[in-house]
Design a protein around this ligand. Structure first.
Ligand code: UT7
Length: 329
């Protein structure tokens, strides 16, 4: 039997135990619980403690996903960690590989900001479809609290930390029905976490920039406008490719950036609220972690069931965005 399809067999999530509430933020910057909740829907977010590392969160999420899939770590062929906030700029995926004991996997990082998990999921699926690998662990994890300007009320209210993971396995039936990925670097300036080095002279007429990054900078209105116009479009493209209708979607799982964005996208597509998965109130925007983090609880609680059709979409810095249509298990 040729196994040229992909099935999704496990999901897991991890968040730091520390909670940052709107009351905490109101003491840090000129904002209020009322403003934050009415503009974003966010009540609290989890933030990593100083000693907590991405490898800790990513490994916890990965372990839970493997357990649900009933897959031994040694059976993982491919491990992709989507992140913009690595513990090590050379890559964090290999640290996760070692921590969880996925000794036979090839592991690497992939960066596409808040679209990272979706891009990694689609990337992993291609390796399985070609028959190169039989099982993949896709992790999205970010600790954006490291890079937020805690004096900037326009951004510090949005972000939280966490990780989520999914297991993909070869299958005779392909449960990834379609995808549509996009990027446009002309819009890069609207959302950045950019290198900001300090010049250092190494010799006469010889200088380099010593490492460092400027905190997250965002043009919120532009990103909002971009999200509510582009996300419905890629979901419609993915539906078209799969030959499916909006009515067939059981669950809409968007990158959890802002409740208003989730509502606006659902409204544009004509998807009723009860099909929209949201944990933005409790987790904020966790970047690459947000899609698997949003999926984990409703799957573990049995709300999302085997065979359900899930439309998912990510969007964020790059700018990058994309959608995928898949059936759970
Ligand atoms: O993961 C990637 C994607 N990122 C996103 O998806 C973010 C997309 N953008 C957004 O979610 C929204 O644009 C925000 C939540 C960031 C901002 O909401 P908004 O309704 O677009 O507000 P705004 O930027 O238009 O600002 C409205 C007002 C401004 O005051 P003035 O200029 O009208 O006097 C801001 O200075 O609200 C002010 N403001 C705040 N006030 C209280 C901005 N941030 C705050 C704040 N508390 N935290």
């Amino acid at each position: 039997m040729t196994l040229q399809g992909v099935k999704f067999t496990g999901v897991g999530a991890a968040t730091p135990s520390q909670c940052l509430t709107n009351a905490h933020l109101s003491a840090l910057v000129d904002t209020s619980d009322e403003w934050i909740q009415s503009r974003t829907g966010i009540q609290e977010r989890h933030v990593a403690a100083p000693e907590q590392r991405l490898v800790d969160l990513a490994s916890e999420a990965a372990g839970a996903a493997l357990q649900m899939a009933g897959l031994e770590p040694t059976a993982v062929d491919l491990l992709i960690l989507a992140t913009s906030t690595p513990d090590d700029l050379f890559g964090t995926a290999c640290l996760v590989q070692t921590r969880i004991g996925a000794v036979n996997a090839v592991a690497f990082d992939l960066t596409a900001a808040c679209s990272g998990f979706l891009f990694a999921l689609v990337t992993a699926a291609q390796y399985l479809r070609t028959g190169a690998y039989r099982s993949a662990l896709v992790i999205g994890g970010d600790i954006l609290s490291r890079w937020v300007d805690w004096g900037d009320r326009r951004t510090c209210i949005l972000f939280g930390d966490g990780a989520g993971a999914m297991v993909l396995q070869s299958s005779d039936v392909d449960q990834l029905l379609s995808f549509e990925l996009r990027s446009d670097g002309r819009l890069n300036e609207h959302l950045t976490l950019a290198f900001a080095g300090t010049p250092q002279t190494l010799g006469e007429n010889l200088a380099i920039a010593q490492g460092g990054f400027a905190p997250i900078a965002m043009n919120g209105r532009e990103v909002y406008r971009f999200a509510v116009t582009q996300v419905p479009e890629v979901i419609e493209k993915a539906l078209h490719r799969a030959g499916c209708t909006v009515e067939e979607i059981d669950w809409l799982v968007l990158h959890q950036a802002n409740q208003r964005i989730l509502d606006a996208v659902a409204e544009r597509l004509g998807i009723p609220q009860e099909k929209v998965i949201s944990n933005v109130g409790q987790c904020g925007n966790t970047s690459a972690a947000s899609i698997p983090l949003a999926l984990a609880a409703p799957i573990q609680q049995g709300h999302i069931q085997s065979g359900d059709l899930i439309a998912t979409a990510g969007f964020g810095a790059g700018l990058t965005w994309g959608a995928a249509l898949f059936r759970w298990q």
